[in-house]
Design a protein around this ligand. Structure first.
Ligand code: IMP
Ligand code: MG
Length: 333
């Protein structure tokens, strides 16, 4: 499976980070390349009991032989990136496209002071919207103009395309989720660009014929932070009772929660042309499944849930998350 693209199937926070971290260990890609918006994303994964978080680097960091690339479509906050590079010791294997857009303090200030953004849309306040608007206005700085990044600059699309031509394994990491897409989500309660599979490919500079597999990641229930509609939203008390109350990894905001939404899932499969699905946090909905790694041992209720998703979407659920640890995965590939 040389080129696998991962995307979020709902509103972000589906657990892509953990699935990607697992795939990076298991499939040993030579390159992991990040698409998506920028440091508004937060990916969390746990390895040997230790929790890790990234906002800029690809979530494949724990595999020391994987090169970590950031595609031209991604906005870079140099401060956040440089601190992650030093935290994870990835100086010698991090590469940033020369044309990544740069987030400056003024973008963060605007994101936090515009009532329309922070108040109505409920942005993460990380400056991504104002930076992308400056980019469309052609006034945004590019990564190649930032001296602190000079060590890491390269042509990422060339690197990715050469690796694919050599039949190497490449993991393309999408961020956010289908329904936060500027084009396909519920405008105006969306992020500042498209984040579906085609857009992620464009972010890193590969054409649609280079992709072998698209993995859409769903959580076993739906969460959403910020404004906008959420079908069958639970009240806080019910969400808490079910153990579905989560807090954002970038903003610490409480996430709204709702049951798994099959209609959203079916549409996400179409928009992304998903060829495989992952379902994360099965153990949160079915506690008996915690830590299970064998599909055959799942209780009937949990298996029925997975089979209903497969029946309705027509796509196989190849990966199932059953706990926070990297290896708490049922891998049916
Ligand atoms: P922005 O991307 O910070 O402009 O925020 C726009 C909308 O997308 C808000 O509703 C955010 O909560 C949401 N959003 C952006 N990135 C993420 C993410 O990584 N996970 C979940 N929600 C996100
Ligand atoms: Mg997140």
């Amino acid at each position: 499976m040389p080129c696998l693209v991962t995307v979020g199937g709902f509103f972000g926070d589906e657990g892509k980070g953990k699935i990607i971290a697992y795939l990076a260990k298991k499939d040993n890609p030579t390159i992991a390349v990040r698409g998506g918006v920028g440091p508004n994303a937060g990916h969390t994964f746990t390895f040997n009991g230790k929790e890790h978080k990234v906002r800029m680097l690809p979530s494949a960091i724990l595999n020391p032989s994987t090169r970590l690339l950031i595609g031209a479509g991604v906005l870079v906050n140099p401060k956040v990136l440089l601190s992650e590079i030093s935290q994870f010791n990835t100086e010698d294997r991090t590469y940033v496209d020369s044309q990544c857009g740069i987030i400056e303090q003024q973008h963060i200030d605007r994101d936090k002071s515009e009532d329309h953004l922070k108040g109505k849309v409920g942005t993460t306040g990380t400056g991504t919207g104002p930076a992308n608007s400056d980019r469309a206005f052609r006034t945004l700085k590019m990564a190649k103009e930032i001296p602190e990044l000079s060590l890491y600059i390269e042509d990422v699309s060339n690197s990715v395309n050469y690796a694919l031509d050599a039949r190497e394994n490449v993991l393309v990491e999408g961020t956010q989720g289908t329904y936060l897409s500027l084009f396909h989500g519920g405008y105006p309660f969306v992020t500042s660009k498209d984040v579906t599979a085609s857009a992620i490919c464009s972010d890193v500079g590969i054409g649609p014929k280079k992709v072998d597999e698209v993995l859409a990641v769903f959580k076993a229930y739906v969460t959403r932070v910020g404004g906008g509609p959420l079908q069958n939203e639970l009240d806080e008390q019910e969400a808490k009772k079910r153990g579905w109350l989560e807090f954002g990894s970038v903003t610490g905001r409480q996430r709204r929660a709702a049951p798994f939404d099959m209609e959203l899932a079916k549409k996400a499969v179409r928009i992304n042309s998903a060829s495989q699905l992952a379902v994360t946090k099965l153990d949160v909905v079915f506690p008996e499944t915690a830590g299970m790694r064998d599909y055959g041992k799942l209780p009937d209720m949990a298996r029925k849930f997975i089979e209903e998703i497969e029946g309705e979407t027509g796509v196989r659920v190849t990966l199932i998350g059953t706990g926070p640890e990297l290896d708490d995965v049922i891998d049916r590939r």
